[in-house]
Ligand binder design. Structure first.
Ligand code: XUL
Ligand code: CO
Length: 439
C-alpha cells in the first residue's frame, strides 16, 4: 500500500468549517490559525497522533482477537509491513493536519531475533520517517521504547531481579533515544510499563527503586552525551499492568525524582486515565505538577466512569478539559510538551474513517475547551476570586511569615493579643456556576 492508494475514504485534509459546518468531517472549533494570547491555536495545542493505538492495536480485548483486519498487519515480510504501516500513518497525519506524532520502537519496526537486528530494523524505519518528514508538516513530539510487552520484561525492565534484563533495556533505550534525536524529537518518554510488582513476597522495593533511579540517571547522562535538548519525561500510572507501579502518580514521581537527583532533567507526561486510576482528577495531577515544577506533556484521553481500568478513550468531555486547559494556560502553556492522543477507537469502530472521526472529534473538543479556558482567564473568572481568597498572604504580615521573619513565639504573641480571624465562604457553588457560563 502506498500513500497514493489511500486507506481512508476522506480525500483531503480536514479543514475548519466554523460552528455551523455541515460536513460530518470538519473542525467546528479547531481553527488552527486563530490567534489566542499572541499564539496560533495549533501552537498552543500541539496535537500528536500516537502510533501504537492507531496503527498497531488490532482491536483485541481479553476475550476476543482482532477486529480491525488492517492490511499492513497481514503478511510475512515484517519490514514490508512496517513500511506499509508508515505510509498509512503519514497519510493520517496529513489528513488530520496534525503537527506531531509519537511512537515506541516496536510500533514502528519489527523486533528481530537479536537486539542488533531490532536496532537495525528501527534505524531503517527511522530513515524512512526522516525521508517522509522531509516533505511533510508533521514533527516528532516524542519517541519511546517498549520495555513491557516482550516476555523478557515480565518482571520489569530496570527493576528486574536480573541485571542482564536491565542491560538489554539499556540497549533498547539507547537506540530509541538516538532515533528520537535524529528525527528532531521534542521530548523522550519513559513509561515504567512493568516497573512495579505483583506481590511483595518476591519483591525488594528498596533495591528496585535504586535500580530505577540508576536507569533514569543513565538515560539522562546519555541524553547530554548526544546533545539531545528535550526533556526526558516519565509517565505516572498507579497500576496496570502490575498491581503497584513505582511511578504511581505525580506526587510519587516527584519524590522519586528528588531522591535520585533528577529534577533538572526529567519532567512528567501526565495522562487523564492514569490520573483517574490513581484516584485523582486530571486537573489535580496537572495543577500539582505545575506547582512542583515538573509539568512536561500530556497524554490526552479519558476513562469510562463505570470501568476500573485504562480504557484509553478519545477525550470528548469539554467541561473536564476546560479546567485542565485553565491550569495549563495559567502555568505558561505546553512548552516542549503537547497533547498526545494516547487513545484508541473502540473495537467495533472498524471503518478506516473511524480513526479520522475520533481524532477530529477530540481535537475539536480540546479546541472548544481551550477557548473556554482562555476566555475564563481573560476575564479572571476564577483567577480573580482565587487572588482575593489568598490576598492576606500577599500582604505585609503574610509575606513576612513565609519569608521566615516570624518565629512561632512572635506569631503566638500576636494571636494572644486578641486576634480573632473570621471564616469566609469558600463559594464553591458560585464558582461552579461561573465555570458553566463559559462552557
Ligand atoms: C500505557 C501508556 C503508554 C505510554 C507510552 O498506559 O500510557 O502507552 O504512554 O509507553
Ligand atoms: Co500514555
Amino acid at each position: 500500500m502506498t500513500a497514493s492508494t489511500s486507506f481512508f475514504q476522506t480525500p483531503a485534509p480536514i479543514a475548519y468549517g466554523g460552528a455551523e459546518a455541515n460536513s460530518p468531517l470538519a473542525f467546528r472549533w479547531y481553527d488552527k490559525d486563530r490567534i489566542i494570547a499572541g499564539k496560533r491555536l495549533e501552537d498552543h495545542l500541539r496535537f500528536a497522533v500516537c502510533y501504537w493505538h492507531s496503527f498497531c492495536w488490532p482491536g483485541s480485548d481479553p476475550f476476543g482477537g482482532e477486529t480491525f483486519l488492517r492490511p499492513w498487519q497481514h503478511g510475512s515480510d515484517l519490514m514490508a509491513m512496517a513500511r506499509a504501516k508508515a505510509d498509512v500513518a503519514f497519510e493520517l497525519f496529513r489528513l488530520l493536519d496534525v503537527p506531531f506524532f509519537t511512537f515506541h520502537d516496536v510500533d514502528a519496526a519489527p523486533e528481530g531475533a537479536t537486539l542488533k537486528e531490532s536496532v537495525a530494523n528501527l534505524n531503517a524505519i527511522g530513515d524512512l520517517f526522516e525521508q517522509k518528514m522531509a516533505s511533510a508538516k508533521v514533527r516528532l513530539l516524542w519517541g519511546t521504547a517498549n520495555l513491557f510487552s516482550h516476555r523478557r520484561y515480565m518482571a520489569g525492565a530496570a527493576t528486574n531481579p536480573d541485571p542482564d534484563v536491565f542491560t538489554y533495556a539499556a540497549g533498547q533505550v539507547r537506540a530509541a533515544l538516538e532515533v528520537t534525536h535524529r528525527l528532531g524529537g521534542a521530548n523522550y518518554v519513559l513509561w515504567g510499563g512493568r516497573e512495579g510488582y505483583e506481590t511483595l513476597l518476591n519483591t525488594d522495593i528498596g533495591r528496585e527503586l535504586d535500580q530505577l533511579g540508576r536507569f533514569v540517571s543513565l538515560v539522562v547522562e546519555h541524553k547530554h552525551k548526544i546533545g539531545f535538548k528535550g526533556p526526558i519525561l516519565i509517565e505516572p500510572k498507579p497500576k496496570e499492568p502490575t498491581k503497584h507501579q513505582y511511578d504511581f502518580d505525580v506526587a510519587t514521581c516527584y519524590g522519586f525524582l528528588k531522591r535520585y537527583d533528577l529534577l533538572n532533567d526529567v519532567k512528567l507526561n501526565i495522562e487523564q486515565n492514569h490520573a483517574i486510576l490513581a484516584g485523582h482528577s486530571f486537573q489535580h495531577e496537572i495543577a500539582l505538577a505545575q506547582a512542583l515544577g515538573v509539568f512536561g506533556s500530556i497524554d490526552i484521553n479519558r476513562g469510562d466512569d463505570l470501568l476500573g481500568w485504562d480504557t484509553d478513550q478519545f477525550a470528548m468531555n469539554t467541561s473536564e478539559l476546560a479546567l485542565v486547559f485553565h491550569e495549563i494556560i495559567k502555568g505558561g502553556g505546553l512548552a516542549t510538551g503537547g497533547l498526545n492522543f494516547d487513545a484508541k477507537i473502540r473495537r467495533q469502530s472498524i471503518d478506516p474513517d473511524d480513526l479520522i472521526h475520533a481524532h477530529v472529534g477530540s481535537m475539536d473538543a480540546c479546541a472548544r475547551a481551550f477557548l473556554a479556558a482562555a476566555d475564563m482567564l481573560d476575564a479572571g473568572a476564577l483567577t480573580g476570586p482565587l487572588a482575593e481568597r489568598y490576598a492576606g498572604w500577599d500582604g505585609e504580615e503574610g509575606k513576612a511569615i513565609l519569608a521566615g521573619q516570624r518565629s512561632l513565639a512572635a506569631l503566638a504573641d500576636r494571636a494572644m493579643a486578641g486576634l480573632d480571624p473570621q471564616p469566609r465562604s469558600g463559594r464553591q457553588e458560585y464558582l461552579e456556576s461561573v465555570v458553566n457560563r463559559y462552557l
